[in-house]
Write a protein that binds this ligand. Structure first.
Ligand SMILES: [Zn+2]
Length: 477
């Protein structure tokens, strides 16, 4: 909700002008001639006489002054004006948004343009002239009303709160759902062992889904969660996995039930120690979640499980070794899985992906890919950078082995662990005897979709002001 304090200006600045003179005395007219379509005097007043007072463009320093309700009082309407290839909206004297004409036409959400149920576009964007100009723009209580020219006759209406949420020129930083959604992530080290995120099997399996939501929230915040009191059977474990979504089938099968017999050509199927790694570094889309349940361990010992928060390790790398961090976010590292005769997995693109994937726009880390054992021939890194890359990987590897970052836990029958394979690295110590494990992968998209559905159901965090969830005005559809 937009409740940030702003300086209220005299009401005539906010109100649509009663006459051109009134508007002209408070706001400058357009500095350069613009081709406006022919229109009546009243429309010209509204469209051409009002103009953002800052010639360099709007600032997003303050929030819109009015509350986010579906309609506004007519005394409190924003100022709207045509501004060449854009429509400008003045929320108050200091805060303006501009929307390109083509963007507005492309984002019409009327029933002719957008399917209310599927939320899919129903027209061909590229039949719209690239230089389309509104015939008229009008501020009405329900939103911005745009009348399009006779060549493509149409009237569009965009709710005010939707325009604020979607404002991109400039954006409202405090309204960005992306930045909001990251703030609840909790990075952790070895002390997590004092209170690791845990839910019970009964909670997760209850029909109301709130326990499932609690489980997925744990994974979202911490990158992993335990589930206690799970019946020690493959059937119950598989049923637990499918509470989240489809099981992701890979060369290792669908639902796994394995022991250290080299049934698959991978060191996971041995009794060797495995250092902290993520799985599927050779896939374009590594599995999102990974679930393990140790069903039994007889005639031996060892085999403790290791979890390391890759986001925590990366944050330390970024702070202490920014050059290494930059290299690991930029230089791709190839990987492969070829231990099975019927499989020949190699990175696509051939050079692979960086160890640390960051979002180009926000700089936020969103994926860790690291398995030194699966790494392929490095040959494309030229000059000084090869040694710098080795140095960066050496530092990264050292960080992953710091005891303050390592969370060691001995799994026991009845306790399932699930981790986000894009964030949390896992490993194990060597063991003796016979250990029977079962588990599964779940795709990252199935997991994030299920979490979003449950947030819709239980949380107000994702609901947008004045629009219902799954409305055509959802800012992400
Ligand atoms: Zn339309």
């Amino acid at each position: 909700m937009w409740r940030a304090p702003v300086t209220r200006l005299p009401s005539h600045v906010f109100r649509l002008p009663a006459s051109p003179r009134c508007a002209g005395t408070t706001l400058r007219t357009h500095p350069t001639p613009v081709r406006y379509p022919r229109r009546g005097l009243g429309q010209l007043t509204q469209a051409a006489a009002l103009k953002p007072s800052s010639p360099k463009g709007p600032r997003a320093s303050s929030a819109p002054s009015h509350p986010s309700k579906a309609t506004l009082d007519s005394d409190d309407l924003p100022i709207v004006s045509l501004d060449g290839r854009k429509v400008a909206i003045g929320w108050n004297a200091e805060t303006w948004s501009r929307f390109h004409n083509i963007w507005l036409r492309d984002h019409c959400r009327c029933s002719e343009c957008f399917h209310a149920v599927t939320k899919q576009r129903l027209f061909d964007t590229f039949e719209i002239p690239a230089d389309i100009q509104p015939l008229d723009v009008k501020a009405i209580p329900e939103g911005l009303q745009v009348t399009w020219p006779a060549s493509t006759p149409h009237i569009s209406l965009y709710p005010w709160s939707w325009l604020q949420t979607c404002s991109y020129d400039p954006p409202f930083p405090h309204l960005r759902p992306e930045s909001e959604s990251k703030t609840h992530q909790i990075i952790w080290g070895s002390k997590i062992q004092q209170a690791p995120p845990t839910v019970t099997y009964e909670e997760v399996m209850e029909s109301g889904d709130f326990g499932l939501y609690k489980w997925l929230q744990n994974i979202d915040r911490f990158g992993f969660s335990f589930v206690n009191n799970v019946p020690v059977t493959t059937e119950a474990t598989e049923e637990l996995a499918t509470r989240i979504g489809f099981i992701r089938e890979t060369q290792y099968g669908k639902f796994w039930d394995f022991t250290s017999n080299m049934a698959k050509g991978d060191t996971a199927y041995t009794d060797l120690a495995l250092s902290a790694h993520t799985d599927n570094t050779y896939f374009t889309d590594p599995a999102g979640l990974q679930m393990f349940h140790m069903l039994s361990h007889t005639e031996g010992s060892g085999g403790a499980s290791l979890l390391v928060d890759g986001f925590y390790a990366a944050s330390i790398l970024r702070d202490l070794h920014p050059e290494s961090y930059e290299l690991l976010t930029r230089i791709p590292v190839p990987a492969h899985a070829v231990g099975e005769e019927g499989c020949l997995y190699r990175s696509s693109p051939p050079l692979g992906y960086p160890v640390l994937s960051v979002d180009r726009s926000s700089g936020a880390l969103y994926q860790v890919r690291w398995n030194n054992d699966d790494r392929s021939v490095l040959g494309h890194v030229g000059g000084d950078e090869l040694e710098k890359l080795y140095e960066a990987m050496r530092i990264w590897n050292r960080l992953l082995k710091i005891s303050d970052l390592e969370y060691w836990v001995q799994l026991t029958p009845g306790t399932v662990v699930i981790m986000n394979n894009h964030r949390v690295l896992h490993g194990r110590s060597a063991f003796t005897g016979r250990r029977r494990m079962c588990g599964a992968y779940i795709g990252i998209d199935e997991y994030t979709s299920k979490l979003a559905v449950l947030e819709e159901k239980f949380s107000s965090r994702t609901s947008t002001p004045s629009e219902g969830q799954r409305s055509v005005w959802h800012p992400k559809f």
